[in-house]
Write a protein that binds this ligand. Sequence first.
Ligand code: ADP
Length: 307
Amino acid sequence: MEEIKVFCPATIANLSCGFDVLGLALENVGDEMIVRKSSTSGIKITKITGQDLPLEAHKNVAGVAGLALLKQSSYIGGFEIEIHKKIKPGSGIGSSAASSTGAVWAMNELLGKPFSKLELVQFAMQGEKLASNVAHADNVAPAIYGGFTLVRSYTPLDIIPIPTPKELFATVIHPQIEIKTSDSRKILKTTISLENGIKQWGNLGGLVAGLFTEDYQLIGRSLEDHIIEPMRSILIPEFDNVKSSSIKNGALGCGISGSGPSIFALSRKKENAQAVAKSMAAIYDKVGVAYDIHISKIATTGVKEIK
Ligand code: ADP
């Protein structure tokens, strides 16, 4: 195989109680990339559509992640990459992770799959480091594995795939303001109280248990964030209203997607996710904030080949 076209899913990281450790992949929101082998060594980004992003490989997360893979590979040629962006950078649904993941997954396929999923996550994390100064894995892990993933440990990296309850749908609203992950990290305090820690790990355990047992009520009760949300929600217009209205309209829970400004809600059944979308949109319509909105099933496979 000389060339491959891939779908790179958008992802929701943190999921309220799982800052830097939990994430999920969306089924019908994502970028497309075409990656082809080249006789010239290194990575050349030949085309980017949809967004104005750097073509230089070392300034683009796809290039940086791809170079991390090439460094560990015995392949002497290189790759050309086309990126067709649908996910806006700085939206909080893993725009950078989609490109990092798409590049390394596609290259691995073209090389005959020499690397494991865990190794691909490690290469893609180098792209995340370029985007936000932190090599976090909570977006790239679900983008590679699909479904929900838990980063149990960073040293050593240990990714636990978590089953996806069949009736779970996500609603994501993206108010059209940009928050850079690097900026929204700066406002975080580096210490937490024991009291909040206890609440947070109780909820994290509850959410994971709820996902394994398909207990939708437990999932809903556990989607609470006592640590990050109080600090970050002030950056997002109408956050408290969007959250309370989503829950009133049937969401199991609602919180900040990644580092924001997108807000996500999880619902049981598509009809509820649609009602939640309508209620979120009504709030931004009323105050005149432009937005994109997505309703999606959770993707059980992550990045994948498309024709
Ligand atoms: P998101 O959470 O949506 O990924 P981030 O703020 O983490 O947003 O990452 C976006 C940053 O990464 C921007 O500064 C953007 O210019 C940079 N970047 C570099 N290459 C890419 C790419 N291929 N796709 C998206 N963002 C990229």
